[in-house]
Ligand binder design. Structure first.
Ligand code: FAD
Length: 387
């Protein structure tokens, strides 16, 4: 596996174990059927509890069954999962960073005890409802609202592009609390079997096909007061979750690019044209050299991010730079890998084009490339340019 500047030489025992366990899981359970899932537009749901058994959901949290592994170990887990497919990493990111993290950070003791162990074990599936049909890059414009009613709230609105909503047991829904002055955004734990909840599947995707995506319709859904996340109010709630998930994406995208690179490197050695392997041509070597360099630079950024996160110095702007750079890198380099495989490169028999298609989603979700550019622009100039 490409590790050109020997970053993995410094891993501790636990980090190596997590990397190797995830790699073996991907080789054994993901690679054999992922092309078929991608073609069929299905997710291998039988892997959900298995991933829980192996501790793939938020192992960087502490307590309630989570072992509190290092941020590097967590990053390596995301990298190895996404080397299998972005759909697998998205499953782990949503469950861990977008559902377990807010419950862990902002939930009541009862919410933590009820949900964290079963989400961690993959006995329950969660989803994160922020995006709405009319509010994507600007989620603070959200129209979904909650009004106080009978010792609880009634939720009204709709969310879209929600990973896992059709298979979720619980949704973390972000909505404006109309009963409180200033209508702050609050987080609500909404069991998907409540009256008034619908979760239609979005079927027309040409990217992230091995992942289930849907809507959440909230037609006057009642939830009791104890389903409100008590520890946060305002956009800080959802944005802090996104910072956690984007950290995983910055690592994961490197895995997708590395997998495409390894496939292209092997192909260049095996495929013969004009009397020998295509890897002997300088044109092909230049592509491999550039790919390896760009992947290595992205790895360096991910490892540095882990150090900052470990010592609580990681700022959202650091994550924006890493998400923006590493996903763009993966988007470009998976395309180069695809081209090196010639006609075979457009099939699901090889990984590069599947990764390349997946990167269109990864480039778009969790803050589009443009939005992260604006985050960095504001950080560098002090001038926000969103409006
Ligand atoms: C497969 C998939 C899974 C997803 N999973 C989830 C999930 O689990 N939960 C969830 O809440 N959301 C999820 N999303 C939603 C995702 O986060 C949004 O698609 C994303 O935030 C962009 O919003 P949008 O699609 O409405 O695009 P828009 O915001 O409408 O953007 C359209 C274009 O305009 C550009 N643009 C927007 N504003 C500006 C500006 N100020 N300056 C310059 N350019 C701008 C954007 O960069 C983009 O190119 C998912 C999306 C996909 C595709």
């Amino acid at each position: 596996m490409l590790d050109f500047v020997q970053l993995e030489a410094d891993l501790d025992q636990e980090e190596r174990l997590i990397r190797d366990t995830t790699r073996e899981f991907v080789d054994e359970h993901v690679r054999p059927a992922i092309g078929d899932h991608f073609e069929a537009g299905t997710f291998p749901t039988e892997l959900v509890p298995k991933m829980g058994d192996l501790g793939f959901y938020a192992p960087n949290l502490e307590g309630y069954g989570s072992p509190n592994v290092s941020e590097t170990a967590y990053g390596l887990l995301m990298q190895e999962l996404e080397a299998g497919d972005s759909g697998l990493r998205s499953m782990a990111s949503v469950q861990g960073a977008l559902v377990m993290y807010p419950i862990h950070a902002y939930g009541s003791e009862e919410q933590k005890t009820e949900w964290l162990p079963k989400l961690g074990e993959g006995e329950a599936v969660g989803c994160f409802g922020l995006t709405e049909p009319e509010h994507g890059s600007n989620p603070s414009g959200m129209e979904t609202y909650a009004t106080e009613h009978d010792d609880g709230y009634v939720l009204t609105g709709s969310k879209t592009w929600i990973t896992n909503s059709p298979i979720a047991d619980v949704a973390v829904v972000w909505a404006r609390d109309r009963s409180t002055e200033g209508e702050p955004v609050r987080g609500f734990l909404v069991e998907t079997d409540r009256d008034g909840v619908t979760t239609n599947k979005i079927t027309e995707k040409l990217s992230l096909r091995a992942s289930i995506t849907g809507e959440i319709g909230l037609n006057d859904v009642y939830v009791p007061e104890e389903n409100v996340l008590p520890g946060v109010s305002g956009m800080k709630g959802p944005l802090s979750c996104l910072t956690q998930a984007r950290y995983g994406i910055a690592w994961g995208a490197v895995g997708a690019a590395r997998d495409a690179f390894e496939e292209a490197r092997q192909y260049a050695q095996d495929r013969e044209q004009f009397g020998g392997p295509i890897g002997r041509f300088q044109l092909q070597q230049e592509k491999l050299a550039e790919m390896a360099t760009q992947i290595t630079l992205a790895q360096l950024l991910a490892y540095r991010l882990a150090e900052l996160k470990e010592r609580d110095d990681m700022q959202p702007q650091h994550v924006s730079m890493a998400k923006r750079n590493n996903v763009r890198m993966a988007r470009e380099q998976t395309k180069v890998a695809r081209e090196m495989l010639g006609g075979n490169g457009i099939t699901t028999d090889y990984s590069p084009m599947r990764h390349m298609a997946n990167m269109e989603t990864v480039y778009t979700y969790e803050g589009t490339h443009d939005i992260h550019t604006l985050v960095l622009g504001e950080e560098l100039t002090g001038i926000p340019a969103y409006h």
